[in-house]
Every structure is written in C-alpha cells, then in structure tokens.
Write a protein that binds this ligand. Structure first.
Ligand SMILES: NC(=O)c1ccc[n+]([C@@H]2O[C@H](COP(=O)([O-])OP(=O)(O)OC[C@H]3O[C@@H](n4cnc5c(N)ncnc54)[C@H](OP(=O)(O)O)[C@@H]3O)[C@@H](O)[C@H]2O)c1
Length: 322
C-alpha cells in the first residue's frame, strides 16, 4: 500500500511516490500507455500528478492528454487527486512566453487550466528562478493566484538557496506559505543536502525530488549499453548519450550489487535511498510504461538502510554527479 507524508508543516499529505508527466505523456507518445500509467498509479494510491505548461512534446500536450484522461476516467475522483503544474520555462515566442514575470505566470495558468479543463490546480509552481524578474514580482503573482482560487497551494522549483530564502520569506509574510520546493535529487545529485533541505525544514516547506532515478541511469537499463527504447537513445529525450559515461555506469554496476543483496532492483534501491531523509516528502518518478511504474512502487517495501549500507553507497558514489 502507498505511504503518505505530510508536506512540511502543512495539513496536506502527499504519496511518497508521485508521477511526473515530463516525458511519455505528449501527443508524440502513445495515448493508451499514458492512460494506463495514470490509472494504474491512481489505483495504487499515487494521488499526486506533476505537470508543467511545457511538458509534451509538443509543449502543452501532456496537460491536454492528462486533462482528457481525468475527464474520461477519473472525473468523479478529482477531490482525491493532487494535480500540479508550473510556469517559467520557454512556452511561446515573444517577451512574455518565458521567465517568471507576473505576465508569464498569469497567462500560463490560464492556458494550463484551459488545456487540462480543470477548475483549479492543487499546486502551482514557479518553475525556475528568473534573474531578470525580481523575486517579489514572481512571488506576488503566486500569492494572487492562490487568492483568485486558481491554485490551492504554491511551490517553487530549482531556486538557488539565497533566492529561495528570499522567496519563502516574502510568502510567509503574506500568509500564503510556500507548500513545497521541487529540486533535482538522487544518488547522482546530492546538492539539496548542502543547503536547500535545511532551508525547507526551517520554513516548514515540504521537499519533492525530481529525476530521482537520474533520468533512468539509476536503473539496470544502461548496464549493457544504451537500449533502443531509452531516454538516452531518443533524440527528443533530455538525457544525452554522452551523459551515460563508463564511469557512471561502473558505479551503477556496483550499486546494483548492494541492491541485489537488499532484495531490490537498482531502481527500487535508488528510490528508497532518496526517501531515507525525513525532510524528503515525496519523489516524482517518470515512467514509460506500467511495468516501470510497478517496479518503482515496489521501492516502498523496503525503505530502511543499515549504516554499513549507507557507507558502502557513499564509498561507491565518491562524489559522482550527473
Ligand atoms: N522542476 C523541474 O524543473 C523538473 C525537471 C525535471 C523533471 N521534473 C519532474 O520530475 C518528473 C520525473 O523526472 P524524470 O522523468 O527525469 O525522473 P526519473 O524517474 O529520474 O527518470 C524517469 C525515466 O527513467 C526510466 N525509468 C523509470 N523507471 C524505470 C525502471 N523501473 N526501470 C528502468 N527504467 C526506468 C524511464 O526512462 P526510459 O525512457 O529510458 O525508459 C523514465 O522515463 C518529471 O516527469 C517531472 O514531473 C521536474
């Protein structure tokens, strides 16, 4: 069964594993597989679905597909779901389709609500810190989005620590606390441990990790080369072939031995590891089919690590990053 965790100091519980729709849910992908994944996830207690305006390809199509899946299959379950979206990366041409200005966020949430056919998002994020927009402008737009009822909660993603602190302070002074911080976190990206996890804890904000499998590298799929059906082999995929280096693959081979000793697949152990810190509310996994989703959900069967296992893992990683 799914485990749920309170998101920071809020009353909102999130599943320890959430489903992300960055890849595999666009018009370019197989709709039936996308539908199966969303329904299987929901049936297994994955109540949280993570979108963004630009997910596809083409951009926007993951929101359109998800909206259709919900309308046609899960409409009566809307109150049992947490649906998030984001704005901040390039979405349309011209000076207003990119960045974190009030104009971009307000126009984007209108578009996203229209595409999904939803009345509101549960969580709406500023997708990135934009050095060309004052943090106050972005945060006030988020506050107003909540006041207008277009989102119940707000979040920020990938803000550097200094700007994150500024944003969280601005929000808490306006009684619209930041529910959640979204950042890249995995065995191959431990940066949030340096400052961000401490900041989110201090502000009572939850933390949700994206790419907890390092886009698939932290599974057994690249141990014998790059398979045809993989993100690294897909020219539209965000993971580049060159990022699958022999050095990283060698580390995954060694980690996979520990996973085997724990009775887990590599993916299961990587996810369990990312959940070992109680400050991590949830992980957003991406999947290309239901089999991957099932594998990932099995991680929840064994979340505890011995000190010896953690030290062995640290020794293997030796600062490796992707
Ligand atoms: N805030 C942000 O800026 C940001 C950025 C990135 C992502 N995100 C969010 O985080 C979500 C997850 O990101 P992600 O897709 O990079 O996460 P991920 O879970 O690290 O990687 C997902 C990919 O790994 C492979 N995979 C997953 N489970 C597997 C398994 N059990 N066995 C073998 N391969 C497996 C699949 O790739 P193959 O195609 O190779 O099979 C899958 O598409 C996104 O959908 C999005 O919602 C947010």
């Amino acid at each position: 069964m799914m485990d749920y965790s309170f998101c920071g100091n809020s009353g909102l519980q999130l599943p320890r594993i959430s489903l992300g729709l960055w890849h595999n849910f666009g018009f370019a992908d197989d709709y039936e597989t996308a539908r199966e994944m969303v329904i299987h996830a929901f049936e297994k207690g994955v109540t949280h679905f993570d979108l963004a305006n630009n997910y596809g390809p083409p951009p926007g199509s993951a929101e359109s597909n998800f909206g259709k899946i919900v309308r046609d299959n899960l409409a009566s379950h809307r109150d049992e779901m947490i649906i998030s979206s984001k704005a901040g990366h390039l979405m349309w041409e011209g000076p207003y389709g990119d960045g974190s200005s009030r104009k971009n966020l307000m126009a984007s949430i209108h578009q996203s609500l229209k595409r999904t056919g939803l009345d509101y998002f549960d969580i709406f994020y500023s997708h990135r810190y934009d050095p060309n927009t004052p943090v106050e402008e972005t945060m006030q737009a988020l506050v107003d989005i909540v006041r207008q009822g277009k989102a119940l909660y707000i979040g920020i993603s990938k803000y550097p620590p200094r700007e994150a602190r500024k944003a969280l302070n601005y929000l808490s002074e306006r009684d619209v606390r930041c529910l959640i911080f979204q950042d890249k976190y995995s065995l191959f990206n431990r940066k949030p441990e340096e400052e961000i996890l401490g900041i989110t804890k201090e502000f009572g904000t939850g933390f949700i990790a994206f790419s907890p499998l390092a886009q698939g590298l932290l599974t057994d799929k690249y141990l014998q080369g790059i398979p045809d059906y993989s993100r690294a082999a897909d020219p539209a995929g965000f993971l580049q072939k060159e990022q699958v280096t022999p050095g990283l693959v060698e580390k995954v081979k060694q980690l996979n031995v520990i996973a085997g000793q724990r009775g887990q697949t590599m993916a299961e152990m990587a996810l369990a590891w990312a959940l070992r810190d109680e400050r991590v509310t949830s992980l957003i996994v991406g999947t290309r089919n239901v089999a991957q989703l099932k594998d990932n959900l099995n991680a929840l069967h064994n979340l505890s690590f011995t000190q010896a296992e953690l030290s062995q893992i640290d020794t293997i990683l030796d600062g490796a990053s992707l």
